[in-house]
Write a protein that binds this ligand. Structure first.
Ligand code: PMP
Length: 369
């Protein structure tokens, strides 16, 4: 011993699982974000005022109790037209992904993943013994349907599809998803509808009817509750049973549970926010076209743009103008691409000013053919 409590350098340190040692570190840039937040696809404005009211009415005494999830799960299930045992609330969709992979993926299994896609699928998969089989999209970043079908094997255990996808904004059609479910009856088809409200199309209505379909939704995006950490999984009872074995009964906190019914009830607020974002997206896309910045069509509250080799400088210039955007250059097939969240029309005016300044400074539009 050197000093009391400090171990010598040579001491044996407990090793984590080999899988965990091999995991890549993932630190999303969550620091210093008191600017216009067009970097994480959150709601950029506020949650419903009705939710705010509920938060204000929470008593000190009520916080002393452990949260009870089931009554709120029943409310959410009714809202979705499902039975209560088909729905599990989670601590954000991130926990849903974690729990789903823990429940279904083991050694010799394959996780099929169209890429580029949401980073956390690969992060949580890498903590399991399963193999990730990535199916690369073409340059148009459309959903690689045929290639995905061709990649299904008897070992495929989970197929994870974000719909709409991030960072591309592209979508799979319900018909394509149905075909995939049908072609891989031995696998869970996990459809992550985090951005559903900006797209409008869903396979939630097929939950229960398709025996291998599990759908996720989040309250972090359109509902504006990212800070409360609230998501859900919906699927047939025979699959949800296993999800519930792994899911902590305590992981959704009581503030989130208290707020959820009001968030669901205030449909007018949700509709207002979604309409605002869709209108702002059209304005922003027009500005991108005018600046001759290549963009991919988006069905979500963000747009992926091609900045090219000056991507890091672009992100830095935008930040200097008070606008946070997200460099996606490290995503497969996304070199030079930056994802920009869409906020309100007023916020996007600020973004357009910043964009045009950066474009001029970096001489970007002139490089476009
Ligand atoms: N799925 C997708 C496709 C996402 O883009 C995100 C958020 N970045 C999530 C899930 C995470 O959602 P939550 O905040 O509910 O964990």
């Amino acid at each position: 011993m050197t000093e009391a409590g400090t171990a010598p350098v040579t001491s044996i340190c407990p090793a984590p699982r080999v899988r965990v040692q091999a995991m890549k570190e993932y630190h999303p840039p969550l620091g210093s974000r008191d600017l216009l937040r067009l970097d994480f696809n959150e709601n950029t404005f506020a949650c419903s005022p009705k939710v705010r009211e509920v938060l204000g009415s929470i008593s000190a005494g009520s916080l002393t109790r452990y949260p009870e999830r089931e009554p709120v799960e029943a409310i959410v299930a009714t809202h979705l037209g499902l039975a209560a045992d088909q729905v599990a609330l989670t601590n954000g969709v991130d926990e849903a992904i974690h729990v789903l992979f823990e429940a279904f993926l083991e050694a010799s299994d394959e996780l099929l993943l169209p890429v580029p896609t949401y980073t956390m699928y690969e992060v949580y998969a890498s903590a399991t013994d399963a193999r990730v089989v990535a199916v690369q999209s073409a340059d148009d970043l459309q959903f690689p349907f045929e290639r995905l079908l061709a990649a299904i094997t008897p070992k495929t255990k989970v197929i994870a599809i974000a719909n709409p996808n991030s960072p591309s904004g592209s979508v799979a059609t319900p018909e394509q998803l149905l075909q995939i479910a049908h072609r891989a009856p031995h696998a869970v088809l996990f459809v992550d509808e985090a951005y559903f409200h900006f797209h409008g199309e869903t396979v939630m209505g097929l939950v229960g009817a398709i025996p291998n379909l599990i759908v996720a939704r989040t309250f972090s995006k359109a509902y504006g509750l990212a800070g409360l950490r609230l998501g859900l999984l919906a699927g047939p009872v025979d699959l949800m049973r296993w999800v519930r074995r792994v899911l902590s009964p305590y992981s959704v906190n009581s503030l989130a549970l208290a707020c959820l019914p009001s968030a669901l009830e205030d449909e007018a607020y949700l509709a207002w926010y979604v309409d605002e974002v869709l209108a702002a997206r059209a304005v922003f896309e027009a500005a991108l076209d005018q600046a001759k910045i290549r963009r991919w069509p988006s069905s979500a509250n963000f747009v992926l743009v091609d900045i090219g080799s000056q991507h890091a400088e672009f992100v830095r210039l935008m930040r200097a103008s008070g606008v946070l955007v997200r460099d996606r250059s490290n995503d497969p097939g996304c070199e030079g691409r930056v994802r920009i969240t869409i906020g309100t029309r007023e916020q996007m005016q600020q973004a357009i000013v910043a964009l045009n300044q950066a474009v001029t400074k970096l001489n970007l539009g002139a490089q476009a053919k």
